[in-house]
Unconditional design. Structure first.
Length: 187
């Protein structure tokens, strides 16, 4: 009620935008003082700082496969030795499947970031499982085709960091939720 009255006064003074900016700055000052606010900021930081860059990395790998579709397969173990004539047909045939898998990983990371911001934990678990299964499938498939797995080493390490970060945020979310439940019961 009081805020609506202040807003009406700001509209009469022809300064509703400045009033809204003032409210926004006040909210930013207060958000870090509460555990729920810190959790929300951490969720956004994880989504914007780790999950979306990981999606970009997956899309970049897909573009690398797409650009190499006309020539020799991307990631031949030893370019100095030349392509293996016995595997070249299989490697070239696998490019669309590898491309789809990398695109799936990129889209799954974007979905995971979105779900993390929304706090939809059952879907986060399902999406994380999909990402893990796709990464295992990709590494096995590339290993069978005798492609260079060095491009996956950094991604597996980043995936492990991502997993630890999401589990940490999940535990933090449970503690905050439990604290909020106790506070509501105490009222």
């Amino acid at each position: 009620m009081a805020m609506e009255a202040e807003f009406e006064a700001a509209v009469e003074d022809r300064r509703p935008f400045l009033f809204a900016l003032g409210c926004l700055f006040a909210a930013w000052r207060e958000i870090g003082k509460h555990s729920e606010g810190r959790l929300i900021l951490a969720n956004y930081a994880l989504a914007l700082g780790l999950l979306i860059p990981m999606a970009v990395l997956q899309f970049r790998q897909a573009v690398g496969f797409l650009s190499s579709a006309g020539g020799p397969p991307f990631g031949i173990p030893s370019a100095a030795d030349g392509p293996n004539l016995y595997l070249i047909w299989s490697q070239n045939s696998a490019i669309p499947i590898l491309l789809i898998t990398w695109l799936l990983l990129g889209m799954a990371h974007l979905c995971l970031a979105w779900m993390l911001v929304e706090g939809d934990w059952p879907r986060i678990v399902k999406c994380g499982t999909l990402i893990g299964a796709a990464m295992i499938t990709l590494s096995l498939f590339m290993g069978v085709l005798m492609l260079d797995l060095s491009s996956l080493r950094a991604q597996v390490a980043e995936l492990a960091i991502e997993f630890v970060a999401v589990v940490s945020i999940s535990r933090w979310h449970n503690r905050v939720l439990a604290g909020a439940s106790r506070a509501l019961l105490a009222r």
